[in-house]
Design a protein around this ligand. Structure first.
Ligand code: AMP
Ligand code: GLY
Length: 426
C-alpha cells in the first residue's frame, strides 16, 4: 500500500514509525513531516488547506490510504473532500469531527443521549452567559466553543475570573472560536485519556494514557500541549474502562449514527474519574500528542491492518493487543515554550540516546546546514518502555541524559502519580 500521512509532530513521527513496520506498506509519504519522519517517508510539501491539490497528489502517487494526524484538516472537512474523489481516508467526516470542533455540539449530544458530563449552559451572547455564572457561582469553567489551540478553556476559581473570561471570549480573544461559549460545572477527580478506534458503528478500545499539561514540575505553571504522558493509566481499571465504554463511548457512537454523522477514526475521550464514575470532559477526534507516542510503543498489532479495518467498517471482527509493559514519554521543549520558543539551537546525540525499547520521536525539529536544530516549542519526545511506569520513567530520563542539547528543557517528574501508586501499592 502507498500511504500519505498528514502532519508534522511527534504524534505523526510515532504513527510513521509504526506504519513503516507494517509488511503491507509499499511507500510512505508525509506532508509536511519532519526530519524524524523523513527516515521512514518521502517528505512532500502539500497545502493541506487545498483539498483538491491533496487529492491530485493522491491520484498521481496512487495513494491507497490517507492518515490525518491533526484536528484542523478534519474539522475543515478534508476527509469528506478526499472521499468524494474516491480516496480512502482514516479520519472522521466534517460532521463527525464536530465532536472536537464544537464543544457545544458535544455537550448537546451528551444531554440528548444521557452521557455523563459536567452540567452546562451554551451561550451566544455575553449577558445571558454572565447571568448563568452569577446564578451558579464559582468554581466554574468557561470554554470557547470552537478550536482554540488548547487555549480556550478557563478554570475560574472565582466569579470575578469567570466574568473576565467571558468578556475576553466575546471580545474576540479566540476569534470566531469564541463567538459561542460553554459554561460548565467544575469537576473534581483524576483525569485520564481513553482512546477508541472507530469505524462508524464499532468502537474498539485503543489504550489509555495520562498526560501532564502544565509546563512545570509538580503540575505547576502555564498549560501546554502536553509535557509528557504514560500508558496505561492506572486509574482506568478494567471496571472503569468497561463503564466508560457502556456509559460514554457506545452512546456516543449510537448518537452520532442517529444524527447522520457516524464516527470513524480515533475517538479520544478526555475523562474525569469522579466519585460517581467516569465523566466526559471533552472529545478529540484524533490521537493525542504526546499520548499517541506511548500508545504506539505498546501496540503489538499491525497499525496499518487496524486502520484499514476502521476505514472499511470491519472493526467488529478485530482486536488490538497491547504490551504488558508501560510506556512513558518526556517532552523536551525549547526555552521560551509555551510562550515564544527559541529556534535554531543544535541538537546532538540522538543516535547514542536511542536504544532497544527507547525511541526519540521528533516534534519540532529541522535540518539546518546538515545539523539537527530546534524548530518549534515541543521539540523531542523521548519515549521508553519498562516493566512498570517507574522503570519506563527511569529509561526515558537515562536517554535524555545522553542527549546533548543545552537549550532544551523538560519536566523531571513525568509519571509521578503512577510511580507513587506503584511505590505505595495503592
Ligand atoms: P480542554 O481544553 O477541554 O481539554 O480542557 C483543558 C483542561 O481543563 C482539561 O484537561 C482539564 O484539566 C480542565 N477542565 C476542562 N473542563 C473541566 C471541568 N468541567 N472541570 C474541571 N476541569 C476541567
Ligand atoms: N495532549 C493533548 C492533546 O493532544 O490534545
Amino acid at each position: 500500500m502507498n500511504v500519505l500521512l498528514l502532519g508534522s509532530g511527534g504524534r505523526e513521527h510515532a504513527l510513521a514509525w509504526k506504519i513503516a513496520a507494517s509488511p503491507l506498506l509499499t511507500k510512505l509519504y508525509a506532508s509536511p513531516g519532519n526530519p524524524g519522519i523523513g527516515r521512514f517517508a518521502e517528505l512532500v510539501k502539500l497545502d493541506v488547506a487545498d483539498h483538491s491539490a491533496v487529492a491530485a497528489f493522491c491520484q498521481e502517487k496512487k495513494i491507497d490510504l490517507v492518515v490525518v494526524g491533526p484536528e484542523g484538516p478534519l474539522v475543515a472537512g478534508i476527509a469528506d473532500d478526499l472521499r468524494a474523489w474516491g480516496i480512502r481516508v482514516f479520519g472522521p467526516s466534517k460532521a463527525a469531527a464536530r465532536l472536537e470542533g464544537s464543544k457545544g455540539f458535544t455537550k448537546d449530544l451528551c444531554a440528548k443521549f444521557n452521557i455523563p458530563t459536567a452540567a452546562y449552559g451554551r451561550f451566544g451572547d455575553l449577558a445571558a452567559a454572565k447571568a448563568y455564572v452569577e446564578k451558579t457561582g464559582a468554581p466554574i469553567v468557561i470554554k470557547a466553543d470552537g478550536l482554540a489551540a488548547g487555549k480556550g478553556v478557563t478554570i475560574a476559581m472565582t466569579q470575578h475570573e469567570a466574568l473576565a473570561a467571558l468578556d475576553a471570549c466575546f471580545d474576540g480573544a479566540f476569534g470566531p472560536a469564541g463567538a459561542e461559549v460553554v459554561v460548565e460545572e467544575y469537576l473534581t477527580g483524576e483525569e485520564a485519556s481513553f482512546f477508541c478506534l472507530c469505524d462508524g458503528a464499532t468502537a474498539l478500545p485503543f489504550g489509555t494514557a495520562q498526560d501532564h499539561k502544565r509546563v512545570g514540575d509538580g503540575d505547576t505553571g502555564p498549560n501546554t500541549g502536553g509535557m509528557g504522558a504514560y500508558s496505561p493509566a492506572p486509574v482506568m481499571t478494567p471496571e472503569m474502562s468497561e463503564r466508560t465504554m457502556r456509559e460514554i463511548i457506545e452512546p456516543t457512537m449510537r448518537g452520532m449514527a442517529n444524527l447522520g454523522a457516524p464516527f470513524a477514526g480515533i475517538l479520544f475521550a478526555g475523562l474525569m474519574i469522579t466519585d460517581q464514575g467516569p465523566k466526559l470532559i471533552e472529545y478529540n477526534t484524533r490521537f493525542g500528542d504526546p499520548e499517541c507516542q506511548v500508545l504506539m510503543m505498546r501496540l503489538k498489532d499491525d497499525l496499518l491492518v487496524l486502520l484499514n479495518a476502521a476505514v472499511d467498517g470491519q472493526l467488529a471482527h478485530m482486536s488490538a493487543r497491547w504490551s504488558d509493559e508501560a510506556a512513558l514519554t518526556v517532552v523536551m521543549a525549547a526555552r521560551g515554550y509555551p510562550g515564544t520558543p527559541e529556534k535554531g539551537s543544535v541538537i546532538r546525540g540522538l543516535d547514542e540516546a536511542a536504544s532497544d525499547g527507547t525511541e526519540i520521536f521528533h516534534a519540532g525539529t529541522a535540518i539546518n546546514g546538515g545539523a539537527l536544530v530546534a524548530n518549534g516549542g515541543r521539540v523531542l519526545n523521548v519515549t521508553a518502555t519498562g516493566a512498570t511506569v517507574g522503570e519506563a520513567q527511569k529509561n526515558a530520563y537515562a536517554a535524555i541524559d545522553r542527549i546533548d542539547w543545552p537549550q532544551g528543557f523538560f519536566r523531571r517528574d513525568i509519571g509521578w502519580r503512577a510511580v507513587e501508586r506503584e511505590q505505595t501499592g495503592r
